[in-house]
Design a binder for this molecule. Structure first.
Ligand SMILES: Nc1ncnc2c1ncn2[C@@H]1O[C@H](COP(=O)(O)OP(=O)(O)OP(=O)(O)O)[C@@H](O)[C@H]1O
Ligand SMILES: [Mg+2]
Length: 341
C-alpha cells in the first residue's frame, strides 16, 4: 500500500544542516494500523509528510497504491492526495467557520454539488459523534471534539489512507483513548489504512498491529507489534518497550536471593495457561514470583514475570528447557550459585 525506499532528507538552515531521514525503508500494508514511534526530532513528521509528498525527499522512492509519486505530474499528484487524509496535533481547523463548513471545505474545493455535500457532512458528523455540534465554532469545542471534526474533514473525500501526526498528543488520557477508539472504529468500518506517528508507546500499544521505531532519522526496527514487544532487538526498541512495561531490571536488585532469578516472557495463549504451576508439579521446584507485569496488547496477552526458582539444579535446568519448548523467551537474570562460586 505504502512503500518508502531508500529515503534521504536533509534540511539546510542558515547555520547548519540536519539530516532528518537516512536511508528509510518502510512497508505499510493495506489495512494496517501502522505506528511510527520515536523521540522528539527522530524524523517522524518528516517521514509522514513524505508519504503524501508535502515534503520531497532528496533521494529515494515513494510508492502509494502502486503509483510512484515522484514520477507523476502535479495534477496526478493532486488526485492521489484526495486518497490520503491527514490529521495533526494542533487540529488545523478554520476558526472563522462552523463545524459543518470546516468538514465541507475540502468537498467545496472538489466542486461537489451542495446537496451531496450536505448528505456527506451529515453522515460524517454521525460517524464521529458530533451531530449536535454542527453549527458550533471551533473555539466552542474541547480538544477531543476538535480532533473529531478534523477526522471528519480528513475522511470527507473517502481516502484510502489516513495519516495521523501526533493526533492525540495534545489530549488528556481519557480523550486520547476515545479518539483512538474512533480511529479503530473507522478502520474496521471503512477498511482504511491508518498511519499513526507518536512518541507515546500507549498509543501504539492500544491500536497498532505493526510499528516502526525511529531514532536519529533512521528506522531501527519494524514489524508486528507483538513480536517487537516480546523480543525487541534494537537498543531504542528495548528502551521503549522496557520503559512502557516498566521492567528495566538490574541483577543486583536480586542479590539477596538464593535461587536462580529468571525473567519469563509471556505472550498469546501461554499467558492464559498455568505454566508456572505446571513447572512446580512436574519438576518439583519452587517458583517464587518477585515482580511482574502482564497486559493486553492488540488482543494478545503479553508481559513478563521475574521469578526465583529453587530446587535441585538439574530439575531447574529441565524446567527451563521445557519452558523453552513453549517457544517463549526465558532469560536468566541472576544465578546465586554461579555468582557465589
Ligand atoms: N523545515 C525544516 N527546516 C529545518 N529543519 C527541520 C525542518 N523540519 C524538520 N527539521 C529538523 O529535522 C529533524 C526531524 O524533525 P521532525 O519534525 O521530522 O521530527 P519528529 O520526530 O516529528 O519530532 P517531534 O516528536 O518533536 O514532532 C529535527 O532535527 C528538526 O529540527
Ligand atoms: Mg513531529
Amino acid at each position: 500500500m505504502i512503500e518508502l525506499k531508500g529515503i534521504y532528507k536533509t534540511f539546510h538552515t542558515r547555520d547548519k544542516e540536519v539530516q532528518a531521514l537516512k536511508n528509510v525503508n518502510l512497508t505499510i500494508n493495506k489495512g494496517d494500523i501502522f505506528g511510527v514511534i520515536g523521540y522528539s526530532g527522530a524524523g517522524k513528521s518528516t517521514l509522514i509528510r513524505i508519504i503524501n509528498l508535502l515534503e520531497e525527499p532528496d533521494k529515494g522512492e515513494v510508492v502509494v497504491d502502486g503509483t510512484s509519486l515522484l514520477d507523476i505530474s502535479k495534477k496526478q499528484l493532486r488526485s492521489v492526495r484526495t486518497n490520503i487524509g491527514m490529521i495533526f496535533q494542533g487540529f488545523n481547523l478554520m476558526d472563522s467557520i462552523d463545524v459543518y463548513n470546516n468538514i465541507a471545505a475540502p468537498l467545496k474545493n472538489l466542486k461537489w454539488e451542495k446537496i451531496n455535500i450536505q448528505e456527506k457532512v451529515n453522515n460524517l458528523l454521525k460517524l464521529v459523534g458530533l451531530e449536535d455540534k454542527k453549527h458550533a465554532y471551533p473555539n466552542q469545542l474541547s480538544g477531543g471534539q476538535k480532533q473529531r471534526v478534523a477526522i471528519a474533514r480528513a475522511l470527507s473525500s473517502d481516502p484510502k489512507i489516513l495519516l495521523c501526526d501526533e493526533a492525540t498528543s495534545a489530549l488528556d488520557p481519557n480523550t486520547t483513548q476515545s479518539i483512538l477508539e474512533l480511529l479503530k472504529q473507522i478502520h474496521d468500518q471503512l477498511g482504511i489504512t491508518i498511519v499513526i506517528i507518536t512518541h507515546q508507546m500507549e498509543v501504539v500499544k492500544s491500536i497498532c498491529n505493526r510499528i516502526a521505531i525511529m531514532d536519529y532519522g533512521e528506522v531501527k526496527e519494524q514489524g508486528d507489534i507483538v513480536d517487537i514487544f516480546t523480543n525487541p532487538k534494537s537498543h531504542i526498541a528495548k528502551d521503549f518497550v522496557y520503559h512502557s512495561l516498566n521492567i528495566k531490571i538490574d541483577p543486583e536488585d536480586f542479590a539477596e536471593y538464593k535461587g536462580k532469578i529468571c525473567k519469563f516472557n509471556f505472550y498469546g495463549i501461554i499467558a492464559q495457561e498455568p505454566v508456572l504451576s505446571r513447572l512446580e508439579h512436574k519438576y518439583e521446584i519452587t517458583v517464587n514470583i518477585l515482580f511482574g507485569n502482564i497486559e493486553k496488547l492488540h488482543n494478545n496477552i503479553v508481559g513478563s514475570l521475574i521469578v526465583e526458582l529453587t530446587g535441585e539444579s538439574s530439575n531447574i535446568e529441565k524446567a527451563l528447557t521445557y519452558y523453552k519448548t513453549l517457544d517463549t523467551k526465558v532469560e536468566v537474570i541472576r544465578d546465586a550459585s554461579a555468582a557465589n562460586s
